[in-house]
Structure formats: C-alpha cells, structure tokens
Design a binder for this molecule. Structure first.
Ligand SMILES: C[S@@+](CC[C@H](N)C(=O)[O-])C[C@H]1O[C@@H](n2cnc3c(N)ncnc32)[C@H](O)[C@@H]1O
Length: 282
C-alpha cells in the first residue's frame, strides 16, 4: 500500500472498529467527527503495515495493545504549559481575582477549578503555578481545589509524575521554570508542592459523573474532535456544573454555536471566556 494513497475504510469496517473499542474499553467512537476518525485509523493501519482496513480490524480485535494505541491516536494529547499565553494572563489578571472576591463575598470554604481533557497535566499545572506564585495569601483564606480530568488513564499517570520535555514548556515564563522545576537529564520535573495541588481523575466527557460543581472550568482543544451534537451536550453539561458565578474557558479555535449560545454570556471573545447569563447568576 503506497504511503500517500487514500485509504478505503468501509462503513462495515468502521462498525467493526466501533464495536471492538466499545467492547474492549467502553469507548464510544460515534461522538468523534467522522473525517477525524478515518484519518486517525488510517494512521494506525499504516503504522501496523496492514494491507487493508479489513486486516487492521482483525489485528485490533486480537491485540488489546493495539486498542490502546488506536485510542491514543484518536484522543491526541498535544498540550503545553501556558498554551495560548494571553488566555492565562487574562485568568491571572482578571478571572482568578474575581473568583477570590466572590469567594469572600459568598463566604465559600473553597474554590474549585477543573481542566476537562487535561492531557499530561500542562493545563491544570499552569493554573497551579499561577496560584502558587501570585495568590498564596488568598489561598490561605480560601483554598483552591484543582482537578484534571481525562479519558486516558495512561496520560494521567504521566501527568501525576510531572516530568516534561522542553517543547511542552516553550510558553512557560522563565521564572516559573527556575522556581518550580528541577532539571532531570534533558527533561524538567515539576516540584512536588505544585504536583500536590492538582488531583487527577479518569473520566469521559460524555458521562454525567464527570461533571461536579466548579467555579472555573477549562475545556480547551477537546470539543474540536467531536461532532456538533456532542459538543452541544458537553456545553449543556458544563453550564449545569458551574456555580452561578462560574467561568468557562474554551480553546482558541472553539466557540459556542446555535441554541447553546443562550446558555452562556461572553466575557472575552478573543480568549473564549464565558459565564452564565445574568438571569442564572441572579
Ligand atoms: C489536544 S488535548 C488538549 C489538552 C489541553 N486541554 C490543552 O488545551 O492544551 C485533548 C485531550 O482531550 C482528551 N479527551 C479526548 N476525548 C475525551 C473524552 N471523551 N473525555 C475526556 N477527555 C477526552 C484527550 O485524551 C486529550 O488528552
């Protein structure tokens, strides 16, 4: 099979793959965009040197290790500390101070931040670094619980370990690197004091138990993989999980479409920051 020839994957083969993923891992392929799914499956067909999609279906069915490799390709884990730096600046300068003010006014015992689709922990740890560096005194009065959630258990293990290659740190301001990381060969290991600020939990964005009450929820660069209907479900679930003053942040290329728009008000269109509409906030 030529490297660059388009690869035929029939509907029947997609169904076989769908069933294998569901039976082996309870993973629902339907939620993901069709062209995305086909492209990713083709990557694994080529990588395994299968001569056809049918041969790949057999391989997938008989080799549990290949199920994990396909899931890894389907749920890509690209991330970086302070990815889209200006978004984290906005969180640091405006959103987090606002949430601490609310916490004082409402007499909250804690604030809860959540990174949904947290990959290797870069996103929730970026929040932890901002909090440790700039809000230590606020946290003495109102502790902040940060949760990182992802469907992939293996990536969460890596996140808990907290060791990163330099390309994951290109947007990290240098003083954070000096203060909160230990060099480890060519890698950088995050200090335990920061790692301990984040709890990681395995969960699927399409399962209700993922959504717990929270004040700041980042769901960035995850919705892009899903079909529109599934995106709407996630947005609705997030709107129900947020506290009345809660804030949601999407990825730079993501937006709220159609009827879901009535669930949120835009705080900052450039940084894709939203909150619940006034009648919900009360
Ligand atoms: C491209 S990464 C985004 C990481 C980070 N939010 C960021 O913007 O840098 C997408 C992450 O979403 C996770 N993901 C994909 N499908 C998911 C699902 N159904 N439930 C929870 N997480 C999912 C993937 O495992 C992956 O780690």
């Amino acid at each position: 099979m030529g490297e660059h020839l388009p690869l035929e994957i029939s509907e029947e083969e997609i169904s076989l793959i769908r069933r294998t993923l569901m039976d082996a891992r309870g993973f629902n392929l339907d939620a993901y965009k069709d062209n995305c799914v086909r492209r990713r499956i083709a990557i694994r067909i080529r990588a395994t040197h299968c001569q056809s999609a049918r041969e790949y279906c057999t391989l997938l069915h008989t080799h549990p290790g290949e199920v994990d490799l396909l899931l890894k390709v389907l749920t890509i884990h690209v991330s970086q500390f302070f990815r889209n730096f200006s978004t984290f600046e906005k969180l640091h300068q405006e959103i987090i101070p606002y949430l601490f003010t609310i916490a004082r006014q409402e007499n909250l015992s804690e604030l809860k931040f959540c990174s949904l689709g947290c990959a290797g922990g870069e996103e929730p740890y970026s929040l932890a670094l901002i909090l440790a560096d700039h809000f230590a005194r606020d946290m003495e009065r109102v502790p902040v619980v940060i949760e990182g959630i992802d469907v992939d258990g293996a990536i969460l293990e890596a996140a808990r370990h907290g060791e990163y290659t330099p390309e994951r740190l290109v947007e990290l301001p240098p003083h954070y690197l000096r203060r909160y990381f230990t060099p480890q060969g060519g890698h950088h290991l995050l200090l335990p004091s920061i790692r301990e600020m984040v709890r990681f939990r395995q969960g699927n964005i399409f399962h209700d138990d993922v959504y717990q009450r929270c004040d700041l929820l980042l769901c960035r660069n995850v919705l892009i993989y899903f079909a529109r209907e599934q995106q709407d479900k996630v947005i609705a679930n997030i709107s129900r999980a947020l506290t009345p003053w809660g804030v949601m942040v999407l990825g730079k290329s993501e937006t709220i479409l159609g009827e879901s728009r009535s669930l949120f008000q835009t705080v900052c269109p450039v940084e894709r920051i939203y909150r619940l509409p006034a009648h919900v906030r009360g």
